[in-house]
Design a protein around this ligand. Structure first.
Ligand code: ATP
Ligand code: MG
Length: 473
């Protein structure tokens, strides 16, 4: 057993740690156990930043609520009375940061043969609660009173060996809840761990069971893997282990589709490269995964040249269908659609483009312009440094041109605070060639930032001064 870690020593803000310690005291005074459990203990052992805290206790839900209220959190809610989980909200004074804590009564889950949903029952002991969890690294608990670590399945050892291992018999555990297979892949991508051999074998044998899982839960795990530090590892593993077939079967044909002599990598390897290149964001990572999804079916060879005519249009449509089947919302689908449809445009930019050509692209991309440029930059995965550098310079130049045009358009929108009519009234003079120089003078001051467009009175003063100096009136 490793050294005790008290809440105050967890890698969380001090203000939060103090309140967790207060919560722990309240439970102890009420004669109840309280443990930090699951992901937060794992992350603490790994040395990864904690983002939310889950706790477990022998107190039934009603009593959790009573005891928790005594510790005065800033908010208290029922996560689901059926599951016996109570949520606590803590608002921290610094940066208005807000944390949620969820406390759940010890549970056991029984999977009655033939049923898909577990019968959730309250358990009698911490050990029982830990035994129902998916992987050894997720089946550890930290006593909130004493700081003692409970690690009945060797989670620490597995973490030290960088291993993801199912608790108990892997096949049985995956049969109980097939989503765990995808969770294993997601954790591998997130944490840089490897899935242990028996666990791998069980996944390969049980992959088809993913069919029983709702598309929403699958989408959630896929997104978590995609925004992780190793999205390529997640996609490769899911594909190799046979899970991708039941998540996004359209990914499989990308494997082995050669792009030579145009590109060295096949479509699948190129896609993994784009995923590695692009910043972590759900929109960007999903666009990267799906941007060449139609290449397998649009591939053609003409005079020894490979081409993929129309893969961007067709790919956009396939991507939309995939995302719809995973229950993404319309806006997300349409954004991805546009990114994929336009994904070749920025990289076809060259210095010869006219301003109106640049403007057209900016207008078509609309709000997605920034994402489109990021996707275009990431899309160049050539081994050849000079190709990558040339592409980066091209994207830089494109962005400079856009910036310049936008500035020009902003300037074009500026006006003199006093128009011709206002000047005629001001000077009591009929229209004539004297107006233009005064107006230009005022407009220039606005462009230079020395006069506000709405400072009509100051503008009048300045106009009088200038007109007198120039002998215009
Ligand atoms: P994250 O850092 O992404 O929140 P996590 O491990 O905390 O990762 P959660 O989905 O928040 O993942 O689940 C909290 C804990 O509940 C897990 O650490 C694990 O102990 C348990 N758990 C979650 N999902 C399952 C599952 N499908 N089967 C068994 N145990 C699970
Ligand atoms: Mg969690």
């Amino acid at each position: 057993m490793s050294a005790a870690v008290l809440p105050g020593q967890l890698g969380i803000p001090t203000a939060l740690a103090e309140r967790v310690e207060r919560l722990a005291r309240t439970f102890r005074d009420g004669g109840r156990q309280l443990y930090l459990v699951g992901g937060c203990v794992r992350d603490q052992v790994i040395g990864r930043a904690l983002h939310d805290l889950d706790l477990t206790t022998d107190a039934p839900p009603d009593e959790i609520k009573r005891l928790a209220a005594r510790a005065k959190p800033d908010g208290l809610y029922d996560v689901g009375a059926k599951f016996g989980t109570i949520g606590l909200i803590y608002r921290l004074p610094i940066e208005e940061e807000s944390w949620t804590l969820e406390i759940t009564t010890f549970r056991t889950e029984q999977y009655l043969d033939g049923t898909r949903k577990p019968e959730v029952e309250f358990g009698q002991s911490l050990e029982e609660d830990l035994a129902r969890r998916d992987f050894t690294m997720n089946a550890m608990a930290l006593d909130a009173h004493t700081g003692a670590l409970h690690d009945p399945f060797g989670g620490q050892e597995d973490i030290a060996a960088r291993t993801i291992r199912a608790v108990g018999d892997p096949s049985e555990r995956f049969r109980e809840d097939p989503l765990r297979m995808l969770r294993a892949v997601r954790f591998a991508a997130q944490l840089g761990l490897e899935i242990e051999r028996e666990t791998v074998r069980a996944i390969q044998q049980s992959a088809i069971e993913l069919k029983r899982i709702s598309r929403e839960r699958i989408a959630q795990e896929l997104t978590a893997a995609l925004v992780s530090p190793r999205p390529d590892v997640g996609v490769r593993l899911a594909t190799d282990l046979g899970l991708m077939e039941f998540c996004i079967p359209e990914v499989l044909p990308m494997r082995g589709v050669s792009q030579r002599p145009l590109h060295h990598k096949d479509v699948f390897e190129h896609t993994l490269g784009v995923l590695r290149n692009i910043p972590s964001d759900p929109l960007l990572r999903w666009a990267a995964l799906l941007h060449d999804i139609a290449k397998p079916q649009t591939k053609g060879v003409h005079d020894g040249q490979v081409h993929f005519f129309g893969h961007e249009e067709q790919g956009a449509r396939i991507a939309r269908r995939i995302l719809r089947s995973l229950h993404f919302d319309n806006r997300f689908m349409e954004r991805i659609f546009k990114l994929i449809q336009m994904h070749l445009r920025v990289n076809s930019y060259d210095s010869e483009w006219t301003d109106s050509a640049v403007r057209r692209l900016v207008r078509e991309a609309g709000e997605e312009l920034d994402a489109l440029v990021k996707l275009s930059r990431a899309d160049v995965t050539s081994y050849r440094t000079e190709r990558r550098e040339a592409a980066a310079l091209r994207a830089d130049e494109f962005e400079r041109r856009v910036q310049l045009l936008l500035e020009q358009e902003d300037i074009a929108k500026l006006e003199s605070p006093l128009d011709g009519n206002a000047l005629m009234t001001l000077f009591g003079k009929p229209p004539g060639p004297w107006i233009r120089p005064v107006k230009d003078y005022l407009l220039n001051l606005v462009i230079e930032g020395e006069l506000g467009q709405d400072e009509r009175e100051r503008a009048a003063e300045l106009a009088k001064q200038y007109a007198a100096e120039q002998g215009l009136v």
